[in-house]
Design a protein around this ligand. Structure first.
Ligand SMILES: Cc1cc2nc3c(=O)[nH]c(=O)nc-3n(C[C@H](O)[C@H](O)[C@H](O)COP(=O)(O)OP(=O)(O)OC[C@H]3O[C@@H](n4cnc5c(N)ncnc54)[C@H](O)[C@@H]3O)c2cc1C
Length: 495
């Protein structure tokens, strides 16, 4: 038996999100002794924060829906999301992803994960977005259960600090455990430590000072693995690519029903049945309750006349696409959206929706009143609205007047007036991944693979552009499985 301060294993996995759990399960399938360390008290990482969409082709769901699709078409469609950045992509990793995504989706299904879909998401030329039911925690719960059952040694509250080396080979880590420092020796190590959305230094270095001040949705996405890999000569590719800063309405005070739903098979099956067969009008309020947890207001909402003010009532004066960044510079990094009766009328029906959960539902003003009363206010005058929001009347009035002076349509003139908020500015994720080769070996000094080290998920994103929905989750599980298998194969055992 190992002493608690010294652990030996065949394969060590750093990080217990989607990529790490997939890597650990696949490595363990070869009967290797696998230790997975997770710095937080619970597994999950950003994977557990996600909506959980997974984009893949030739899946059982696509076949059942009669959709003729293939990885080649997926490969061709992915760059359409990246626009002018498309030539910065890593086509080798994109190929690895599209060719293995379906196998991974089916592997997840074999572990009990249920998906609804596929949903359309232009510019994808076919519907290929699959949404996990009832929510992304199902991934974590089902993979954790399976990992435990097959004997993965999962250790939470263990934070990797640095790699230990023999020559240039990684031979494990030094870590902080619940009872102090520990060393873990490993023949092969998989780095699956997520992104750096919450690391101000890395955001300042790769993106900008302004972005470094914006909070991350997942405050524990601190890019530890990136920092640990720098002394090995590792490079960050596409470090400036990110999702956000986005304005999102703050989460409800109590967890929404979808987050509270147990991912039990029966609940999931009932939900899937309802989503497939119940008429849209019956489902809409229910689905919206699921999705209004962290809705982002559409930028066109502001272009079409909605006013954004900070918590003191001052106008946040910026082009729509910069409102997220500018809000992060205001008190408590929050803002409120103000609209009048005309705009409220316009945003009560298609095609003018305030927010969307892609492919699932569109939210209009009345949906916020019904499903998120904590965000919704309605009054007859701007003065009453100011007092409801705890703002000085003259400040809010001045902001409305400034706003109206700039708008050709006259701006916000007709009561009743409404506010939605608070909305907060967040970085959803950063896309700068460490450089890896086609076998997901981490590349160090001189772009040569570091012996004994693989990387997966956001940490091993290697310049791959994953814009659009369902590519990040798809990459996390797909790359995690491949890295875990390759790490285990390096031990020279058979499954
Ligand atoms: C709100 C939101 C919604 C999203 N929705 C979607 C979606 O619907 N579809 C999609 O494709 N993508 C989505 N994403 C992105 C997607 O969730 C992530 O890209 C993906 O889950 C990353 O998986 P990962 O395993 O690489 O990282 P993570 O899931 O973050 O796992 C990394 C783990 O490593 C741990 N760790 C870090 N450092 C250490 C250390 N030093 N020692 C030990 N453990 C450590 C972390 O605590 C974490 O648990 C969303 C993201 C957010 C924030």
């Amino acid at each position: 038996m190992d002493k608690p301060d010294k652990i030996n294993c065949d394969v060590l996995v750093i990080g217990g999100g989607g990529a790490g759990l997939a890597a650990a399960i696949e490595a363990r399938a070869t009967s290797a002794y696998v230790v997975l360390v997770e710095k937080n008290p619970e597994l999950g990482g950003t994977t557990a924060w996600s909506i959980g969409s997974f984009t893949a082709t030739q899946t059982p769901q696509q076949i059942a829906a009669g959709i003729d699709d293939n990885p080649e078409a997926h490969f061709e469609d992915m760059p359409k999301f990246a626009g002018k950045d498309a030539d910065r992509d890593n086509p080798v990793l994109r190929r690895l992803f599209v060719d293995n995504a379906n196998d991974t989706l089916q592997w997840l299904m074999s572990l009990g994960v249920e998906f609804f879909g596929p949903m359309p998401e232009p510019p994808h030329t076919r519907p290929r977005m699959h949404n996990v039911l009832p929510n992304s925690r199902a991934y974590i719960r089902l993979l954790r259960e399976h990992a435990r059952k097959i004997g993965v040694d999962i250790r939470c509250n263990v934070r990797a600090r640095r790699f230990s080396l023999e020559g240039d080979r990684v031979t494990g880590i030094d870590a902080d455990g619940p009872e102090g420092p520990i060393g873990i020796a490993a023949t092969a190590t998989v780095l699956a430590s997520g992104d750096y959305a919450a690391n101000a230094d890395l955001k300042a270095k790769y993106i900008s000072e302004a972005v470094s001040r914006v909070d991350a949705m997942n405050p524990t996405a601190t890019g530890d693995g990136h920092t640990m890999a720098f002394p090995l000569g590792a490079k960050v590719l596409n470090g400036d690519v990110l999702s956000g800063p986005n304005l999102r309405f703050v989460p409800p005070p109590k967890e929404t029903i979808d987050r509270r739903l147990p991912p039990s098979r029966i609940a999931t099956k009932i939900m899937k049945f309802g989503l497939t067969y119940a008429p849209g009008w019956l489902l809409r309020p229910f689905v919206l309750r699921f999705t209004t947890t962290s809705m982002a207001p559409e930028l066109d909402f502001f272009r079409n006349g909605a006013l954004l003010v900070d918590k003191t009532g001052q106008r946040i004066d910026a082009p729509a696409q910069e409102l997220g960044l500018r809000t992060a510079e205001r008190p408590d990094k929050i803002g409120y959206v103000i609209l009048d009766a005309k705009l409220a009328q316009r945003y009560s029906k298609w095609p003018d929706f305030i927010a969307t959960a892609p492919g699932v539902a569109y939210a209009y003003l009345a949906d916020f009143r019904k499903t998120r009363p904590d965000l919704f206010r309605r009054t007859d005058t701007i003065e009453d609205l100011a007092s409801m929001l705890g703002m000085e009347t003259k400040t809010l009035r001045r902001s409305v007047d400034q706003h109206n002076g700039l708008r050709e349509d006259g701006g916000l003139t007709d009561g009743p007036f409404f506010s939605l908020g608070p909305a907060k500015s967040y970085i959803v994720l950063t896309d700068g991944g460490l450089a890896v080769d086609e076998n997901l070996r981490l590349l160090g000094h001189g772009d040569t693979p570091v012996p004994g080290l693989w990387a997966a998920g956001s940490a091993g994103q290697g310049g791959l552009l994953l814009k659009g929905h369902g590519h990040h989750i798809g990459w996390a599980f797909t790359s995690g499985r491949i890295a875990g298998r390759n790490a285990a194969a390096s031990l020279g055992r058979n499954g």
